[in-house]
Write a protein that binds this ligand. Structure first.
Ligand code: KIV
Length: 289
């Protein structure tokens, strides 16, 4: 996209829903990827705690800290001129108390320049959601497969596959909306479950692995570009194999260094002949050109 896009606001996101247009949502964790996503015209960027796995190499999202999230979020907001940026509240940044929730959500806004925050959970985090909203901060709820309580869920399992599980998700979703959440993200559930939940809410409902009958789609940028190898969920589509491309480039670089063809004349700085001569001195024979 070459033309300057307007800043996406909550109003923009509500208008997209009202006009039945799908919102485009993607994770980004650093300046270069956020710049590319913003220039590609995405509507929302999530600085997800998934960066614990995609960028830091942990096997779950749990070890990542609030300070680390802030550092990544700062890099993203420096790049994202148009997209609405959500900071993802990491494990233990809101679980202990409403006060912790407000302080840490506030850090995403005040220190990192995010537009809103996302946090996992339904009725069990309602007081946190209310507290953050009362502090004037935009909150996105997150239900379904919520990786911060992977232990309780019994691993990476699809949610909402029974009437009872659907009903529990719906009750959570309605409670989040009533508590002031401005939007909701549903992760890893059958399309019909997500569609029925969306139907009964008025806030935008986005999905990641939740089918096509929602108000927009989130993907993890490393998944769709072929940069994450640990595992590939069913809902991931690869749009390119950047990992293969980058590895081939690095192998070529290594071969050229070892073969003495990099750097070539084009990558070397020039110098005026007389200065060259002065540096080399009279009578020198071993002369790099
Ligand atoms: O951290 C993240 O990227 C997320 C998505 C997987 C929903 O929370």
């Amino acid at each position: 996209m070459s033309e300057e896009r307007k800043k996406v606001t909550l109003h923009t996101l509500y208008r997209l829903k009202a006009e039945d247009k799908r919102a485009v949502y993607i994770t980004a964790y650093d300046y270069p990827f956020a710049l590319l996503a913003d220039r590609a015209g995405v509507d929302m960027i999530l600085v997800g705690d998934s960066l614990a796995m995609t960028v830091h190499g942990y096997s779950t999202t749990l070890p990542i800290t609030m300070n680390e999230m802030i550092s990544h979020a700062k890099a993203v907001t420096r790049a994202a001129k148009s997209a609405f940026v959500f900071g993802d509240m990491p494990y233990m940044s809101y679980q202990p108390s409403d006060r912790d929730a407000i302080i840490n959500a506030g850090r995403f806004i005040q220190e990192a320049g995010c537009d809103g925050v996302k946090l996992e959970g339904g009725r069990r985090v309602l007081s946190r959601v209310k507290a953050i909203v009362e502090a004037g901060i935009v909150v996105q709820g997150h239900l379904g497969l919520t990786p911060q309580n992977l232990g309780q869920l019994g691993g990476y399992r699809v949610q909402g596959k029974t009437k009872e599980s659907y009903q529990a998700l719906l009750d959570d979703a309605k409670s989040l909306e009533a508590a002031g959440a401005s939007s909701l993200l549903l992760e890893a559930m059958p399309a019909v479950t997500a569609a029925k939940i969306r139907e009964q809410l008025s806030i935008p409902v986005y999905g990641i692995g939740a089918g096509d009958q929602v108000d927009g789609q989130l993907v993890i940028i490393h998944d769709i570009l072929g940069l994450f190898e640990q595992f590939t969920p069913k809902f991931v589509k690869r749009y390119c194999e950047a990992g293969i491309l980058i590895k081939a480039a690095l192998e070529q670089y290594a071969a050229e260094v070892r073969g003495g063809t990099f750097p070539g004349p084009q990558q070397c700085y020039e110098i005026a002949p007389e200065e060259r001569q002065r540096i080399l001195g009279v009578g020198t024979t071993a002369v790099p050109s």
